[in-house]
Structure formats: C-alpha cells, structure tokens
Design a protein around this ligand. Structure first.
Ligand SMILES: C[S@@+](CC[C@H](N)C(=O)[O-])C[C@H]1O[C@@H](n2cnc3c(N)ncnc32)[C@H](O)[C@@H]1O
Length: 461
C-alpha cells in the first residue's frame, strides 16, 4: 500500500463495526462534543467542518445548534452512518491531509481526538479551509495515568509494539505545551488550552467490550492477539469495576485546544495572497536578498509568475543594452516614467538608485519633472514622460530631439521599448496594490522621499 493509499486502509479498522461504534461507543463522547461546541460558540451562522468525524454524532450536535455542517472521515462505513444521521450535511470520505474543500470555506473547524501530533499536516489543512479569524477546536487525550477511567483503554496496549508506540505518540499532544507549540508552528494564534469533561459509561461489561471492540485501536489489538484474548482481557477489566445499581463509568482526562486563524492584515505585497515558494520563487527572493538585502513586496507579487518576471527583466536588459544606456541614464528613464505614472514604488526604488549613480538633487529633479542640465539626460527624461503620458501625442520632432542628443534610430527604438516595458512592470505592481517596502523607504535619501508625493504609501516599518 502506498502512503497515498494509507488512509484508505482506515476503514478496515474503524469501519468494520460501524453500527456498534455509532450506537455503543460514540454516544459516550457526547460531553466532549457539547463542551467544545460551547467553548467555540458554535451557532446558527457558522459553517462548521468536523475532521475525522467518525459516525457523525458531533456533526449532528453542531447541526442541532443551527450550524451548516460538513464532515470528513477516512472510514467509508462510518461516513455512511453520519449521512444517515445528518442528511443535510456535506459529509465526505477522504483524507484529513488533503481536505476536499476550497480555502476559507469554514468559520469553525473541529476534530475530536482525530488530529494528533503524528499528523501535523492535517493542521495545515485545517488552517487553509478556515476563513481568516476562523475558530479551531481540537481534543486529545490528556494525562491518562492520572485518569481514574484509563483502564477502559488498557486492552489497546495488546496491539503490536509499533502500533502501541504510535498510540503513545498520539497521546503526547496532550502534554502541557505540546499542543500549544504545534498549533503555533502551524500558524494558529490565540491558542488556549481547556479542560474537557469526558466519561464513558456502560450498562455492563458486555456492553463495554462490544463498544471497545468497534474502534480502530481495538482492531490493531485483535490483529495481534486474536479476538478471544482481546475480549477476555477487556471483560476481566470491566468485571472488577461492576457497581451495584450504577453503570460502569470511566472518567478520562481530555484536553481541548482552542485557536484562531490569524486575521489577514493588509499586505504590502498587494491584494493577492502570496503564493507558495517554489524553486522559481525562491530564486526571485534570493536575487532580492543578494541585491537589496530583503525580499521586495513586488517580488512577492510577481511570485505568481516568476518566469514572466524573469522574462520581463531579461527584455529590459536587452533593450537597455541595445540602447547603450548607462545605469544613470536608465535611472533617468525609469524615474521619469514612474513619476509620470504616479508609481511611488519605482519612483523610490530608482530614485534611490539614481541618487547613488548621480546625486539626490538630480534624482529629485527628474521625479519633480524639472529640466536637467545635461542635454542627453534632458532628452531622455522628456521622451520617457511623453511615451508614458500620451504615446499618441508624440511627433517626429520629439524623436529628432533624441537623434540630436546622439541616439540613432535603433537606439530610439530600444529606449522606447525600455520605457514601455517599465510601464508594464509598474502597472502590474500598482494595479495589484504592491506598496513600497519599509526597508526601501528607510534607505531612500530625503530629497527623493520628499519628491515622491504620489502613489501607494511606504509600508510601516
Ligand atoms: C478517535 S476516532 C475519532 C472519531 C470521532 N471524531 C469521535 O469523536 O468518535 C478517529 C477517527 O479518525 C478517522 N481517521 C483516521 N485516519 C484518518 C485520515 N487520514 N483522514 C480522515 N479520517 C481519518 C477514523 O476513521 C476515525 O473515525
């Protein structure tokens, strides 16, 4: 069985006695469900997802509070019971590590002893499907040795050694600090630990044995020692605890974790979510760090199409080389273009660069649209402004001014293409809301910063 198919084997253990589980085991968890729903304030307006929903009793109880419910479990036969219980809910068979719902689909995500420290990717998925500010509630076993009712779980330890080790690893999430750390690492905030009431009750040892045998860990134990030995062990444990006129009762510590998905703050990278860091994106970021010392907001935006970013800059390089432009002359063209467009980002970035190549006064003069002393720079600045402002308003005389400044027609074409490509870059950044980086703002000389009175503001440091 491949890792991908792993979850498909879950039904063998958890689904084989689905009816017993639904009617004899799951109802014993009702205190836990009610308590967590109460802590989360599950109500009528909430879209709630229960991960590892089992036979769906928690889904049914959330629906009873008026929530619109969904649930997922790997055990097909348990999901069949859940669908019978809550026909109006969106109940799916699947893997908690690849939830079949879109980002931001739910206000509340719950999982009752379904997500454990051994499956941290499930938390990434829970975070993904929550809306910003959405609530997460998880339960895990608490301190079993300190729980008077822990005897009920003892027959699970009859399983083969690796299975028992895995059960122990799962229980580790209940230790103080463990869940808090895991949830914070997954990106959740406002993590809170709460006590959850939990008590299983059974009419007699036979009811207990049947309920216990319906679970997944019992299947692992039965695989190891056989059904008769499992039943015998469980029966003997329960027999010792029979009380006259009272049910068998097993109180177990259960820990609840409450957390939230952070509310997204306006990102300097613009209106789009920052995409995952692929190899192409990483190389974009690495170039920034090498050249600027930090990753630029613009790069986080262009991370949606790093190949187009690289292609665009490759074309810009080709045009600049064909035109024989110095870095200082490129600075004049870009600052004249960006200031005409009202693009603060490129105005500041290239104003700073031009200040380094020439001086801050010259950079500020180009940004403010003033005449420049150098006739070549003046011709370039005037042409960049005209191309940016009104490409249909240019005339042969404007091109002649560039020829007079020493550029031949091939260079004029390359200069014009260079400006047009810069307009494309600025337009994407501006339209999609990229802000000049705080780090950039801190490095820009005062005359340049003061000259830039347009466009999106610099990010707060
Ligand atoms: C301890 S039970 C909890 C069930 C239910 N939440 C309850 O309160 O009784 C664990 C559940 O996780 C499900 N499960 C195990 N691996 C899974 C996976 N990879 N994806 C989804 N569900 C899974 C099992 O089928 C089982 O129903």
């Amino acid at each position: 069985m491949t890792a991908q198919d792993d979850w498909r084997g879950v039904d063998e253990g958890w689904g084989r006695k689905a009816v017993d589980f639904a009617t004899m085991s799951e109802p014993g968890n009702c205190r836990e469900y009610v308590a967590l729903h109460q802590h989360l304030g599950v109500g009528a307006d909430d879209r709630v997802l229960d991960i590892a929903c089992g036979a769906g009793l928690a889904v049914e109880l959330a629906a009873a509070r008026g929530a619109r419910c969904a649930g997922l479990d790997a055990a097909e036969r348990l999901v069949a019971v859940a669908r019978d219980r809550v026909p109006g809910a969106d109940l799916r068979v699947g893997d908690m590590h690849a939830l079949p719902w879109a980002d931001g689909s739910f206000d509340v995500v719950t999982s009752f002893r379904g997500i454990w420290g051994t499956t941290p990717q499930a938390l990434d998925e829970a975070l993904r499907v929550l809306v910003p500010g959405g609530r997460l509630g998880l339960t895990v076993w608490g301190h079993l040795k300190a729980s008077p009712g822990a005897w009920v779980l003892f027959p699970f330890t009859l399983a083969a050694e690796p299975k028992v080790a895995n059960q122990a690893a799962m229980v580790a999430l209940g230790r103080p600090g463990a869940g808090e750390q895991l949830l914070a690492a997954a990106g959740f905030v406002d993590v809170e630990r709460v006590e959850i009431p939990f008590a299983w009750e059974f009419a007699d040892p036979e009811a207990y044995v049947r309920a216990l045998a319906s679970t997944g860990p019992a299947y692992e134990a039965i695989e190891a020692v056989g059904e008769d030995a499992f039943i015998e062990t469980a029966q003997a444990l329960a027999q010792e605890r029979v009380r006259d006129g009272l049910p068998l009762r097993a109180e177990i510590q259960v820990v609840g974790y409450l957390a939230r998905k952070p509310v997204e703050v306006a990102s300097g990278a613009g209106f789009l979510a920052v995409p995952p860091t692929t190899a192409g994106v990483q190389s974009l970021y690495d170039d920034d760090v090498a050249q600027q010392g930090f990753v630029m907001n613009a790069s986080r935006l262009w991370a949606h199409l790093p190949a187009v970013h690289d292609g665009l800059f490759d074309l810009l390089g080709q045009a600049a080389r064909a035109a024989g432009l110095t870095v200082r002359q490129r600075g004049v063209l870009v600052t004249a273009c960006a200031s005409t467009l009202g693009d603060s980002y490129c105005s500041l970035a290239w104003g700073k660069k031009l200040a380094g190549e020439a001086d801050a006064a010259l950079a500020a003069a180009v940004l403010r649209g003033e005449d420049l002393a150098d006739p070549v720079e003046q011709a370039l600045a005037v042409w960049a402004r005209k191309v940016t402002r009104d490409p249909n308003g240019t005339a042969a005389a404007d091109v002649q001014a560039l020829r007079d400044a020493g550029f031949d027609d091939a260079q004029v074409f390359a200069i014009t293409t260079f400006v047009a490509l810069r307009i494309a870059f600025s337009t994407v950044n501006d339209a999609l809301g990229a802000h000049p980086d705080a780090e950039l703002g801190a490095l820009v000389p005062a005359p340049v910063r003061n000259a830039v009175t347009w466009g999106r503001p610099v990010d707060a440091p």
